[in-house]
Design a protein around this ligand. Structure first.
Ligand SMILES: *Cc1c(COP(=O)(O)O)cnc(C)c1O
Length: 280
């Protein structure tokens, strides 16, 4: 198996979030926007990436964060980073957050914050998918399987779009339920992909001792760090599938390291409260 190290692009505008932002930021600039607004949870890699990118490009950033109660609490490492990089955090209840795509909700945000370039939660839109296509290229044609983690499915949609006919794109969902299939179908008619939620460890952000051990062992053996929300679960899944004969003999497997390493610190704080060993 080979790994494309998208995690090394940048610590904060990392991996697929860099790909998803590239064309969107170009458009935001080209259309004269001075602010970006987006949505995310408290540990979101997307929130960290938007804060970092906005800071570098001198764009104001506003992060609408799920969870009203978080406003009063001490900031976790992701939100602290975002705030330190100039992101204005706007905490909303989980109920209100569900309305995030409703035009009335967006127009109320415009009343509060002025005009902004809107990036959806997780950053997935047409331009984001286009950016993710560029993860693949000439050098990846030799592979039979392309493996990625999937959250919204936007990254996977880009990979499917850029894949060759002989390639299978395997997505490892970080969440329960393979609902991303319908998202992917919005962006492509190709069907050379499979989405599995077998390795989601019970749901988004859920983790157990076995996964922590796997991530730590993997790093010891390969020097490659994995994050607990996305890439750790994907790699665990790839190894498990390989042991169970899922991949055809002598086939070439490519795994995309989509980044997300900024999330380790926040996860470790959670793990220490639960007496689970740390991610090293
Ligand atoms: C956001 C993220 C994903 C999921 O990407 P989608 O395009 O939403 O499927 C996968 N890996 C990492 C590290 C991420 O930060």
């Amino acid at each position: 198996m080979d790994i494309i190290r998208e995690d090394t692009i940048d610590t904060f505008v990392s991996g697929n979030k860099f790909r998803k932002l590239t064309y969107n930021l170009q458009k935001a600039k080209a259309t004269g926007h001075t602010s970006l607004l987006t949505f995310g949870g408290a540990f979101s890699n997307h929130i960290a990436a938007v804060a970092a990118a906005g800071n570098r490009l001198r764009l104001n950033t506003i992060g609408v964060i799920r969870g009203e109660e978080l406003a009063e609490l001490q900031r976790n490492p992701t939100l602290k980073y975002a705030e330190e990089h100039g992101m204005q955090l706007h905490f909303v209840s989980r109920e209100a957050y569900k309305q995030k795509e409703a035009p009335e909700f967006i127009s109320r945000l415009k009343d509060t914050f002025g005009d902004f370039y809107l990036l959806p939660e997780g950053g997935t839109n047409d331009l984001a998918v286009k950016g993710c296509e560029e993860i693949l290229g000439e050098r990846t044609h030799e592979y039979d399987y392309i493996c990625t983690s999937a959250g919204t499915g936007g990254t996977m949609a880009g990979l499917v779009r850029a894949s060759e006919r002989h390639q299978q794109v395997i997505g490892f969902s970080a969440l329960k339920g393979a609902f991303q299939v319908s998202e992917i179908k919005k962006y492509t008619d190709k069907t050379n992909f499979t989405l599995l939620d077998t390795y989601c460890f019970g749901g988004y952000g859920k983790i157990d001792v076995g996964l922590v051990r796997f991530i730590n062992d993997f790093k010891k053996q390969t020097q490659i760090p994995l994050d607990p929300i996305y890439t750790g679960k994907m790699m665990y899944g790839i190894c498990d599938l390989a042991q169970n004969g899922f991949f055809e003999a002598d086939s070439k497997i490519l795994a995309i390291h989509t980044g997300g390493l900024q999330g380790i610190k926040g996860m470790n704080e959670k793990l220490s409260r639960k007496n689970i060993p740390q991610i090293e």
